[in-house]
Design a protein around this ligand. Structure first.
Ligand code: PCA
Length: 332
């Protein structure tokens, strides 16, 4: 049978399922799943999501047609998880650590200086995934895949050489960890979604942030900011979730296709993130920004803040959190 000749492919049986369903089910009109995403269409997470959507649409022979809605056009980032939980949207993508205000475990990927490379980010993800899958399941959500952002560094509109020099600066925060970091550095945190970032910077609502080269590049921040310090503080993830009732309503064959497309998306998204890292740092340079490592004083000041934040997170995340960090360290 045609099926067996594909068995040696990268994703084995799962890929076979995609191909066989696509080949035999024809193009009947099916269900439409709108998929809200918070970041710009050109961002690599959105590109990966669009490919995932095509994979599912093709793989199910049109039985499930997914359409992505990037840039927060359907729901803003902060509203996407609730929308999927309550069934307002069947599927969606959200910044994982954006949910850490409801459960500290969601912030496992924003602990300063715990996992600072793509390799370690992958190990940390493996250590956290079972706990996270369970928490999401209890919230009526089924986890499909997660992709990291490039390492996080600091953006400023002036040269900064120590944490003392950050005092009073308006700092754009994207989750509880970044707001806490601002507080510890005596900056003034203001919560702003990436989709509103360019405007917040040009109007002076924010004058600094921690993020990846990718987001700075996507939002063309060189119009307002001058310095990017490569601190490699952490690599936060975006995750794609589906409403549990919707997931349970799919057939086994459809689940196989969606799982295969999810594996492929996580793998491809990870590679895109790696490739996007230097590409976007060069983009910041071409935009006129100074891009380079933080100085010794700034680095050691930030390490101290990192120690405080790590202790605070471990306290809040309890035994489950401690187990994730221990499993990660054992895998290093
Ligand atoms: N970009 C996202 C989150 C992390 C990142 O690199 C943002 O700034 O909103």
């Amino acid at each position: 049978m045609r099926k067996t000749s594909f068995k040696t492919a990268l994703f084995g049986t799962a890929v076979t399922a995609v191909l066989s369903v696509a080949a035999f089910s024809g193009a009947s009109a099916g269900e439409k799943w709108d998929m809200p995403m918070a970041y710009s269409a050109s961002n690599f997470h959105s590109v990966t999501g669009a490919e995932f959507a095509r994979c599912v649409t093709t793989g199910t022979g049109g039985e499930i047609e997914i359409e992505t809605h990037p840039s927060g056009s359907l729901f803003k980032g902060a509203d996407i998880k609730r929308a999927v939980q309550t069934g307002q949207a069947p599927i969606g993508e959200r910044l994982l650590s954006g949910n850490q205000n409801e459960n500290a475990i969601f912030g496992f990927d924003s602990i300063p200086f715990l996992a600072t490379s793509f390799e370690d980010s992958e190990k940390l993800w493996k250590a956290a995934k079972p706990t996270l899958t369970k928490i999401l399941d209890e919230q009526n959500l089924h986890l499909l895949y997660a992709v990291p952002w490039p390492p996080q560094g600091f953006y400023f509109n002036r040269e900064i050489n120590s944490v003392a020099e950050m005092e009073g600066i308006k700092f754009r925060a994207y989750n509880t960890a970044t707001a806490r970091l601002a507080e510890l550095a005596k900056m003034r945190p203001v919560s702003i979604e990436a989709a509103e970032l360019s405007q917040a910077l040009s109007t002076g609502v924010a004058e600094s942030m921690i993020s990846s080269g990718a987001t700075g590049y996507d939002r063309k921040v060189w119009d307002s900011l001058t310095h990017f310090y490569e601190v490699d503080a952490w690599l936060p993830r975006n995750y794609v979730m589906v409403n549990k009732d919707v997931w349970e309503g799919t057939t086994d064959a459809q689940k196989n296709v969606i799982n295969a497309c999810s594996d492929l998306a996580e793998y491809a998204g990870n590679w895109r993130a790696i490739e996007y890292t230097n590409f976007t740092l060069n983009g910041l340079r071409e935009g006129g920004m100074s891009v380079g490592p933080a100085g010794d004083q700034l680095t050691s000041d930030l390490k101290k803040i990192g120690e405080t934040m790590t202790a605070e997170w471990l306290e809040k995340a309890g035994d489950e959190g401690k187990a994730i960090v221990e499993a990660f360290r054992a895998s290093q």
